[in-house]
Write a protein that binds this ligand. Structure first.
Ligand SMILES: NC(=O)c1ccc[n+]([C@@H]2O[C@H](COP(=O)([O-])OP(=O)(O)OC[C@H]3O[C@@H](n4cnc5c(N)ncnc54)[C@H](OP(=O)(O)O)[C@@H]3O)[C@@H](O)[C@H]2O)c1
Length: 337
């Protein structure tokens, strides 16, 4: 008999969520799809930084889930049964399923994805929301092109790693900032950035300055004030800054970061706030650009997958602490694509 399991919150997390805040429980297999809905076999769950804030009711005004209730976040799943004419068994979708092995969900909001040159789970990373975020910041906001000197932090992650690879494919020099030797090696040797600086090592600021030459023309910020304070003074006049993520601030009780206004004027800098929701309607455009790049080896998908649904709480805690390498996922079931 097939058994279902799902992950729930035991208690509302008081600070940064930890593995101990969750429990994995057995539950009945859904009897079938709901009316107009889908019965899904979940293949992989996406572990994203925003979920830490989301679980505490601190993300874009969305309420925190109640203990015991369905957890937020996207999964890629195979359709087992469909009660909707537009979806067929054997097709794949990305949707919010809760953290479980099997789920019965409404078809509304389920986005079909097709197997391609990367694992199907890439639709949670490079070919999904994080990749779209990178594409939007690099091409639609900063409009990176030939001759740009592009700096990005959290460069080993799904957003940062994709942003640098896109910038490079468009003719820029890509320089990463990342925490630790394993991450910097991934960024240069696997993603192919021109350079990457370990910001946990003494003297990183000088190494970054040397790697940038005349200075960045574009900075893509994923971490927060501590990096921005170092990079901003190096920015060239008329430089562009994309403010994408504030990973170091999400679970901090310190006052929110402040951007000094004077230096922005002095640099004649353009500052862009990025919210990926604005670009969801253009995901197909990004996937159409990215897929041949993946086939040609010009865009690398690197996943940090934990094994099985029961590993989700620990993988989530690792991801929130930044201990993962690449795109963090939970491989719930084998990818048979
Ligand atoms: N604006 C939007 O619409 C949007 C959409 C998607 C993602 N984002 C943001 O983009 C950023 C990157 O997302 P991602 O999914 O690719 O994540 P990620 O880079 O895989 O993970 C976040 C990284 O932030 C770095 N970091 C620095 N200080 C940290 C701290 N105190 N705690 C935890 N991590 C810390 C770590 O990398 P190092 O060890 O290399 O420093 C960590 O790996 C995140 O800030 C995310 O929230 C924004």
């Amino acid at each position: 008999m097939i058994t279902n399991r799902h992950v729930v919150l035991k208690r509302a997390p008081a600070a940064m969520p930890k593995a101990a805040d969750f429990e994995v429980v057995s539950c009945p297999m859904p009897a079938g799809p709901p009316p107009e809905g889908l019965l899904l076999r979940i293949i992989a769950l996406s572990m994203d930084p925003y979920l830490g804030g989301r679980l505490r009711g601190r993300h874009m005004g969305e309420p925190a889930p109640a203990p015991g209730g369905k957890l937020p976040g996207f999964a890629v799943a195979e359709i087992l049964e469909s009660a909707h004419p537009d979806y067929k068994p054997g097709e794949y979708v990305v949707t919010e399923t809760g953290w479980s092995r099997y789920a019965a969900v409404p078809a509304a909001g389920a986005r079909k994805v097709t197997p391609g040159p990367a694992p199907i789970s890439a639709h949670l990373g490079v070919l999904g929301m994080p990749g779209l975020t990178a594409w939007a910041g690099v091409t639609q906001l900063a409009k990176v092109g030939d001759g740009d000197i592009f700096v990005v932090d959290a460069a080993a992650g799904a957003v940062g790693g994709t942003a640098g690879q896109i910038a490079r494919n468009l003719g820029a020099r890509a320089i990463g900032i990342a925490g630790g030797a394993k991450k910097t090696a991934l960024v240069t040797e696997t993603y192919g950035f021109d350079a990457c600086v370990d910001y946990r090592a003494e003297g990183w600021q000088a190494r970054l300055k040397a790697a940038c030459g005349a200075g960045p023309t574009v900075h893509f910020e994923n971490v927060g004030e501590s990096v921005l304070q170092t990079v901003f003074p190096m920015l060239q006049i008329y430089g562009r800054v994309v403010l994408c993520g504030l990973a170091e601030h999400y679970h901090s009780d310190a006052p929110p970061p402040v951007l000094p206004v004077g230096p922005i004027v002095g640099k004649r800098a353009a500052i862009y706030g990025l919210v990926v929701y604005d670009f969801y309607g253009r995901l197909d455009e990004w996937v159409a650009l990215a897929t041949p790049w993946i086939e040609a080896g010009k865009l690398v998908v690197h996943e940090d997958a934990s094994d099985g649904l029961d590993s989700a709480p620990a993988q989530f805690e690792r991801m929130l602490k930044g201990q993962h390498l690449g795109k963090a996922i939970v491989q719930v079931a084998p990818d048979r694509t």
